[in-house]
Design a protein around this ligand. Structure first.
Ligand SMILES: NC(=O)c1ccc[n+]([C@@H]2O[C@H](COP(=O)([O-])OP(=O)(O)OC[C@H]3O[C@@H](n4cnc5c(N)ncnc54)[C@H](OP(=O)(O)O)[C@@H]3O)[C@@H](O)[C@H]2O)c1
Length: 359
């Protein structure tokens, strides 16, 4: 279905024997409120998914528990057959209860059933990437992952899973999983505010393992910061683009899976097809910036530092450095997040809205 677009911000990353665009899409938002039931506008949800194909995005993140089944079935309807280039990553380790909760379900028979459910709802014989989702809604919880991860490793041997990952995991759990079977990705909460995994990201980068931040835009507590807005204004872009650009330049192993349920938002958040022909050395970015061409600016800002072999114009790098420093300084020095009971970090000047946190 998808063809890889060389002009998506960030380029590509090898996930095992597959290559994906670092700019991906997270499908959790396609469901009804509380990640439960069908979307208010089904056609819009399908249109968002088809847009990912048009843009050449080759990494979509989902889970059978989104809906439940809703996100997977929409993906299937919009994009099946997926073709060789599109990787649909999913997760197991929890189910939904009648009140919409997310109780853990990591016993071997429960995991087998969830793998089976994902295969059915996505219409696949083999799942490309399955994360074992650990912890709970408050975040990672220490404890052995051996029994659960061994079950998934066995399903991988049986040919039902191509690649494995862990999600909402501590650094120790990542290491324990790696001692059982190879992993290609870790998916944890991380963004400009939640920086608890800085060390883990660097370790994984050294091992060529992807780090996939969930809630890249703050999730249910959208990132809001005067510093972020100021940087965005200065760059004539939006805080969302700055937040995503910052993640892309943070480390080459970071893959983005921002979520939206709206084609309009999608257009503002993601690069539009018109930008495909623009190369990182394009001199047009200033003109585009003047016109408020947000995704293009984001593309140009991000590309030069992602490929150290082909550094872009000095001016572009200088702006990116400024962006990174400004945001980092603000978050590090003034807004280091405090842990709250619901797992969200709060810093002065950042105003997350309270919501239950699913996964
Ligand atoms: N492993 C885990 O435990 C776990 C947990 C949570 C999520 N995830 C994965 O991570 C993915 C991303 O997380 P997420 O979608 O919850 O959070 P997110 O990407 O941080 O933020 C999504 C929010 O941003 C809004 N948004 C996006 N573009 C926008 C724009 N241009 N203007 C205004 N608002 C915009 C969306 O609203 P609209 O819909 O109105 O655009 C939505 O409310 C999920 O889809 C899921 O696949 C995994």
């Amino acid at each position: 279905m998808s063809t890889t677009s060389p002009s998506l911000p960030g380029g590509t990353w090898p996930l095992g024997d597959l290559t994906v665009t670092r700019f991906g899409y997270g499908a959790m938002r396609l469901t009804g409120p509380g990640v439960w039931g069908p979307p208010a506008d089904r056609d819009e949800a399908l249109a968002v998914l088809r847009e990912t194909g048009k843009l050449g995005i080759t990494h979509i993140d989902t889970a059978d528990v989104y809906g439940p089944r809703v996100a997977n079935e929409l993906i299937r309807e919009a994009l099946h057959p997926y073709g060789d280039s599109l990787l649909v990553a999913t997760k197991v380790g929890a189910v939904r209860d009648e009140r919409g909760g997310w109780p853990p379900a990591r016993e071997p028979d429960q995991l087998r059933r969830q793998v089976d459910d994902n295969l059915k709802s996505l219409g696949l014989d083999r799942l490309d990437l399955v994360y074992l989702r650990l912890g709970n809604a408050e975040g990672p919880r220490a404890g052995s992952v051996a029994r659960a991860f061994e079950t998934l490793a066995e399903l991988r041997k049986q040919g039902l899973i191509r690649h494995l990952g862990v999600s909402n995991a501590t650094a120790e759990q990542v290491a324990e999983a790696q001692s059982i079977a190879p992993i290609v990705a870790v998916q944890n909460i991380y963004n400009l505010v939640h920086r608890h995994d800085d060390e883990l990201i660097d370790r994984l980068a050294a091992e060529n393992i992807a780090y996939v931040p969930f809630f890249p835009l703050g999730g249910f507590s959208p990132l809001q910061s005067e510093a972020l807005s100021a940087v965005a204004r200065r760059l004539n872009t939006t805080p969302i683009s700055v937040a995503l650009a910052w993640l892309l330049q943070r480390s080459p192993n970071i893959l983005l899976i921002p979520g939206t349920s709206s084609v309009k938002h999608y257009g503002r958040t993601w690069p539009a097809p018109a930008f495909r022909s623009v190369t990182r050395t394009s001199p047009n970015w200033r003109r585009s910036a003047a016109k408020g061409d947000v995704p293009l600016v984001s593309t140009c800002l991000v590309e030069p530092v992602n490929d150290p072999r082909k550094p872009g114009p000095r001016r572009e790098r200088a702006i990116l450095t400024h962006l990174s420093r400004a945001v980092r300084r603000h978050v590090d020095a003034k807004q280091r997040p405090r842990r709250r009971q619901d797992g969200h970090g709060v810093g002065r000047g950042l105003h997350p809205r309270r919501h239950p946190r699913p996964w």
